[in-house]
Design a protein around this ligand. Structure first.
Ligand code: UDP
Length: 328
């Protein structure tokens, strides 16, 4: 299949792009390289552009005879979304409207959307199935929920097949150590802890230890980036023009912030210093997936089931590439 990946040079998008390419699909990344890295597309076609540029998108869809879109491009920083909601609504909601308009104009009828477990937000169910009520608690998560509804509405009117993938926390690096997570500035827990170990303590903060969880810190479900990519491949290949599906992608196991710090200590052999500070606005106490639907309907089987193994791949990447995709 000819597939366009918006945000295809980002951490998750590029992992999916490389797997799709290795599986015989023709892939094109469309990325403004604000958060993505050209090196991450590993020589695949890359169109540098913004998804709010509808005419460039339409031209790209036509030029490459695209049959399906995987839509990753988005502003993803939860904390920043609280401070600057306009930026998130503009990129995520405005950007998706532009993409859907381009798809309608070019006659592309299949879309897979990178949604998030953050749309469940304050819902206390754990593990979380796809039919759990969505109660997002940050502007970022609300933009993702708005986009889910936009895709449903376009699908209804224009006969588009869609799959919404709500994923839990993407983590780790490629098994071969060549591709990993690199954001600037970094806000995600695992890279922050590992960078702290590599560069020397830089005041690592744990955001709140007064949640109603076993050790008081937030619980998340960390899924290895290659397992996340394999779920995308399965979901993409299953989309027909009448598909209207939602899948959660996660391991089904939760780790607290302190569990993650311990796993990083174990893998690196270094002790980590941290300070407990107040809660981060927009954080849900616990988000753990029920992956049963993905496993039974699509036959998904994660290869990484132990958090230490996932962290080990991230540690290898950070040690080998302390400056991420920049020159060593
Ligand atoms: N977290 C933390 N300190 C940090 C960064 C993150 O305590 O410096 C916590 C955060 O509050 C959340 C968890 O680690 O409970 C995972 O956060 P991350 O930003 O990695 O992913 P998110 O769950 O927000 O998508």
């Amino acid at each position: 299949m000819n597939i366009l990946l918006t945000g295809g040079a980002g951490y998750v998008g590029s992992a999916c792009l490389r797997l799709l390419k290795d599986s015989g699909h023709r892939v094109v990344a469309f990325d403004n390289l604000v958060e993505g890295h050209a090196d991450a597309v590993d020589g695949a076609d890359l169109v540098i552009g913004d998804i709010r540029d509808t005419s460039l998108l339409e031209k790209t869809l036509r030029d490459h005879e695209i049959e399906a879109v995987m839509h990753f491009a988005a502003a993803t920083n939860v904390g920043e979304s609280v401070v600057n909601p306009a930026y998130h609504y503009d990129n995520n909601v405005g950007g998706t409207l532009s993409l859907l308009n381009a798809m309608v104009a070019a006659g592309v009828k299949k879309i897979l959307f990178s949604s998030t477990c953050a749309t469940y937000g304050l819902n206390p169910s754990s593990p979380m199935a796809e039919d759990a009520e969505q109660d997002p608690c940050s502007p970022y998560a609300r933009t993702k929920l708005a986009v889910e509804w936009m895709i449903r509405d376009f699908s209804h009117t224009y006969d588009m097949g869609f799959t919404l993938l709500r994923y839990f926390n993407a983590a780790g690096a490629s098994t071969d150590g060549r591709f990993g997570e690199y954001h600037h500035p970094e806000t995600h827990l695992i890279p922050l802890v590992l960078q702290d170990i590599l560069d020397g303590p830089k005041a690592l903060k744990v955001f709140g230890n007064d949640y109603a969880t076993e050790d008081g810190t937030c619980i998340r479900d960390y899924v290895h980036i290659e397992d996340l990519a394999s779920a995308h491949l399965l979901a993409m290949e299953a989309i027909e023009q009448n598909t209207q599906e939602v899948y959660n992608i996660g391991t089904g196991n939760g780790q607290s912030v302190l569990d993650i710090i311990k796993a990083c200590e174990l893998v690196s052999g270094h002790k980590v210093k941290y300070t407990i500070v107040g809660r981060r606005p927009g954080d849900a106490p616990e988000l753990v997936a029920d992956p049963l639907k993905l496993q039974t309907r699509l036959g998904w089987k994660p290869r990484y089931t132990k958090i230490e193994d996932t962290v080990r791949t991230a540690w290898a990447w950070h040690k080998n590439r302390p400056n991420g995709y920049a020159k060593k």
